[in-house]
Every structure is written in C-alpha cells, then in structure tokens.
Design a protein around this ligand. Structure first.
Ligand code: G16
Length: 566
C-alpha cells in the first residue's frame, strides 16, 4: 500500500450531447475519445453517477475489455475514477483483457453490482478504428434501457467528475493491490484475475468435457478449425479447446489478441471471415468457427465451408438441447429470438411445446426473461447465440454446444442441418447491410417508408415478381412489451408481413460509429422437400426485389448494392 493517502479531486467538465448508448453501449471512433477533452471521463462519471450512492459505496465492480487500441489507457482512468467515486473493489482481467462473456461470468461469480466492458465488438480497432464502453448490471448483462437512458441524461448535463489522478494500477500482475485514499477508512482494492480460468471452470460445469475430448482428440477424432480473428477469445480457445480438450495447436488460428485485430474487421461472417471459409472449402476440416473482437459472436461452418445461418444455429441447438448436460439438469424454461431473426426456433418451440419470446434486437432484452426464470436458450441473426448460464451471448459456448451435438449424433454439420430442415421445414433468411450511409438520408428514408406503410391501401397491396405473387398482410413498426415488467420498447424495426408468412424488415443498426447502417432482413418459410436445399439467395430473390422497390433504397442512398450479405 502507498505510504501517503491518495488525493481525491473533483474537476470541472462540460457535457457532450452525443453520448447516447446504442444497441450495446457507446461506440465511437477512437479519435473522438482522444481528441475531445474528457470525453471518456464524462461517460464514465455518468455511469458511476447513475448508480445510487448507497449501492456504489464499498461495492465490487468488474472491468474488462477486448484489448483493442485505447483499452489500457481507458482502464487506468476508469480505475482512478472508481476509487474517487466510492467503489470499494475492482476486479479486472489480466492486462485489462476479458472477453464479454467472461465479464458476465465474473460479475456473477463475484456478486458484483455491475461491470464496465470496453469493446466496440466486431467493429475494426486501432487508432483509426472504433472504441466502445458498455455498462453491465448485477445480473451480468447489458444494462436495461431505463439505466442507459439515465446514463445518457446525466451525460447531457454533467459539470464535474471525481478522480484520484495519482493512483497507478498495475494490470500486469495477478493478485490484490490496495490503495489508501484520503478521507476513506477502508483501502480501495484492485484484484487482477485470470478470467480464462473462471470462464473455463464455468464451461466445465455446463458441458461433458470427457465426451468433447474424445471427439477432438480420441481415436476417431474430427478435425476442427477455429479463427479467433486476433480478438480477445484467442487465449480462451487455446486454453480450453487446445490445452484441455486436446485439439492440435494448429487447429486454432489468429489467437494472439491484437490492438487493431491485424487491420481486419473482427466480424465472423462470410465476408469478413472469408479466409476461414476458403480454408474450410479444402475439405480437410469437419467443423469450423470464427469469433468477433470481444468473443460473444460466432459463425459455425461445416465441412467444405457449409454455412450454418445463425437463425438456424439456435434452432438446431434447441432441437438437440439435451446433448448438453447443463440443460439435462436445469430443463428448458423457454426460448427467445430477436424479431428480425428467422422463425426457425419457433418451429422447434412449437413442436416441443416450449414458450417462445420474440424480443427487439439487443441481448439486454433476453436478460430480463432469464432473470425471471422464463428463458433458457436464445439467439439472434447477428451471429449471437447463448443461454442463461450468463447474461451475454457467448461465442465459445456456442461452439461447444455444436461440438456436443456432433459428439452425440455422430453426424456431420451438413447432415444435422439437412435433417433439421426435413423435420421442421426451412426458414430461408438473408440480411443485406448498407454500411456508412449518410445518416440524414437513412433516417429520412425510414420515416418516408413508415408513412407509406401506414397509408390506407398498403395492407392488401400486391407485388408480382416473375411468376411469384405476394400480398401484404400486415405492416407495422415493431413494438415490444416486456412480459416481466411491462415496459414498452417502440420503433424496433419496420415490418412488412406477407400473406404467405414471408417478411421484409428494415432497421437502422445501433452499433455503427459512422453515419448509418441500414439493415434489410428477409425471410420465408418452405416445407416442400424439393425446395428446402436450394440457395437462399435464389429463393429470396423476388422478396429482395420487392424490399428494394418499396424502400427505393438504392435510389435514395446512391448505393448499387449492400456492403455485406448474410
Ligand atoms: C450487439 C447486441 C446484439 C445485436 C447486435 C447488432 O451485439 O448485443 O444483441 O443483435 O449488436 O445490433 P445492430 O443490428 O443494432 O447493429 P455486439 O456483438 O455488436 O455487441
């Protein structure tokens, strides 16, 4: 402990009006944090001030980030401000690094009042990339809208922040560090922890590690390829999949976390994880997966690069849920998916008579249902899959879930998926992303589209594309009433539902940092055995034509096509 007590200062600041948290925290370009005076301090103070003083004083909080550029500097400030704001103990990942699912796990393990997660997820990193800050509450999940609204309101009027500027934390040495502060009876404590071990221990209690070890390194083992994309999940993959479950060292690639993710988009989809898709095409590997920067997203591939759509992935896990020992013990309380996610999960829920919830986009909506004991397994089209073991989506958990199914069924990924479609029918799904569109143009397009959809005569309108004829059955702006607390979330996406059940959905992303990202989601359901194996882009082409025509998306944005197709 330092000899002389550290000074606690209250310093003046001026508010910024643009610190509204998006789908999952505040995400901005790194240069915004670097060039705008106190930009970080203002938001961090707003987080601390949003917590009632009685809850904050002497409390435990968790801090971790995905290791991207500015992670370490930000943590040093967060620690100095935590001490000055009365937090009693901070639990921090070694070198300040923790995957998002590990933060959730550690918050729950230490019964912390919450945590601060430093990540911009799948957005690029480095000095020219993005940085982000998210507040998670005591359940381990992203704060609910009521809390993020409060943080935003505080940030708009903030006049001062509290800090211990001389406090120097050592993030490199595991163990406890104590700091004496002036006017404090008890020292402020920082604990640097091995989050990989806490997280691995949790997974050991969820999955059958002996069966997984046999699958990955036994006599008839399969070959896998995991791409950590230089995100935070690399050390977790190495320790759990390679060292513990025996997969060869060369089965896990890009496992060293880099501040700029090697200059790539750490986003596990067919566009940004194209190297993995290419390698898988050679047929040497039976199973492939990629993760995002903070380790909560996953993409699953089978031999020859067979792509498992995330909307299907959660449905397959649900249909095989008892291959996972955790669910044998807990049973299944309910399933959930975000609104734009295809209804593949609904088919399993219906067949197994389990409740299905349709929520807005954003993992926080699942947390409430889980806390109320109503939800066990959920997923989103945006490559997120998870369960109620924590309150974040969990990339590595999803991989072990799939490997458990492979171990139990002794079939290939492709055969499991095709069996599934034969049994439940297939929900064809595609998503078109138009990234970095001019913000005003995008907002205006959405407003005009909504007005048109609500006009008399839109419902009932017919669209003919080639031989296909569609008719609008319903058009609305999705609204969600939380079944637990009755809170209403409005404006969650424009939906056009056609009489055959097909859907066209338009949403503005809440995770970008520049301009607007327009997302168009399209899905349709097919049970005809002659059609279920067709290419989704071919099957959905008529609906794509309608989606672009109705919105005039290309004309209005000046784009000739999407940046990413899923
Ligand atoms: C976050 C949320 C997800 C959401 C995704 C995409 O994920 O946690 O629930 O589906 O953003 O949101 P949007 O469509 O608004 O961009 P992540 O991995 O970015 O933290």
């Amino acid at each position: 402990m330092d000899e002389s007590p550290l000074q606690v200062l209250t310093l003046p600041t001026a508010p910024y009006l643009d610190q509204r948290p998006g789908t999952s925290g505040l995400r901005k370009k790194v240069f915004v944090f670097l060039s705008k005076r106190n930009y970080l301090q203002n938001f961090v103070q707003s987080i601390y001030s949003s917590i009632d003083l009685r809850d904050r004083q002497g409390s435990t909080m968790v801090v971790g980030g995905d290791g991207r550029y500015f992670n370490q500097t930000a943590i040093e400030v967060i620690v100095q401000m935590a001490a000055a704001n009365g937090v009693g103990r901070l639990v921090i990942g070694h070198h300040g690094i923790m995957s998002t699912p590990a933060v959730s796990c550690v918050i729950r393990k230490y019964k912390a009042i919450g945590g601060i997660v430093l990540t911009a997820s799948h957005n690029p990193g480095g000095p020219n990339g993005d940085f982000g800050i998210k507040f998670n509450t005591a359940n381990g999940g992203p704060a609910q809208e009521a809390v993020t609204n409060k943080i935003f309101q505080i940030s708009r009027t903030i006049e001062e922040y509290a800090i211990c500027p001389e406090l120097r934390v050592n993030l490199a040495t595991p163990g406890k560090q104590m700091f004496d502060l002036e006017n404090k009876f008890k020292p402020f404590t920082v604990e640097i922890v091995d989050s990989v071990e806490s997280y691995a221990n949790m997974l050991r209690n969820i999955f059958d590690f002996a069966a997984l070890k046999e699958l990955l390194s036994g006599e008839n083992h399969i070959n896998i390829r995991l791409d950590a994309m230089h995100g935070v999940v690399g050390p977790y993959v190495k320790r759990i999949l390679c060292e513990e479950l025996g997969s060869p060292a060369n089965s896990a690639i890009n496992c060293v976390p880099l501040q700029d993710f090697g200059g790539q988009h750490p986003d596990p989809n067919l566009t940004y994880a194209a190297d993995l898709v290419e390698t898988m095409k050679s047929g040497q590997h039976d199973f492939g997966a990629a993760f995002d920067g903070d380790g909560d997203r996953n993409m699953i591939l089978g031999k020859h690069g067979f792509f498992v759509n995330p909307s299907d992935s959660v449905a397959v896990i649900a249909a095989n849920v008892f291959s996972i020992p955790y669910f044998q013990h807990t049973g299944v309380r309910g399933y959930a998916r975000s609104m734009p996610t295809s209804a593949a999960l609904d088919n399993v829920a219906r067949a197994t008579k389990i409740e299905l919830y349709e929520t807005p986009t954003g993992w926080k909506f699942f947390g409430n249902l889980m806390d109320a004991g109503r939800l066990s397994l959920c997923g989103e089209e945006s490559f997120g899959t998870g369960a109620d073991h924590i309150r974040e989506k969990d990339g590595l958990w999803a991989v072990l879930a799939w490997l458990s199914i492979l171990a139990a069924r002794k079939q290939s990924v492709e055969d499991i998926m095709k069996d599934h479609w034969q049994k439940f029918g297939r929900n064809f799904f595609t998503r078109y992303d138009y990234e970095e569109v001019d913000l005003d143009t995008a907002v205006q397009m959405m407003e005009d589209l909504e007005l048109m959809m609500l006009e008399k005569g839109f419902v009932g309108q017919r669209f003919a594309v080639g031989e296909k004829l569609y008719q609008v059955e319903r058009a609305d702006n999705f609204e969600y009433t939380d079944p637990v607390d009755g809170r209403i979330s409005r404006n969650q996406g424009l939906r056009i539902i056609l009489t055959d059940g097909s859907r066209v959905i338009y949403r503005l992303s809440g995770t970008g940092s520049t301009g607007a990202t327009v997302r168009v989601y399209i899905d349709s359901y097919e049970t005809d055995p002659n059609k279920i194996f067709q290419d989704p882009q071919v099957m959905l082409a008529p609906l794509v034509t309608i989606a672009l025509k109705v919105s005039q998306l290309h004309e209005r944005t000046g784009r000739s096509g999407p940046s990413v197709i899923t």
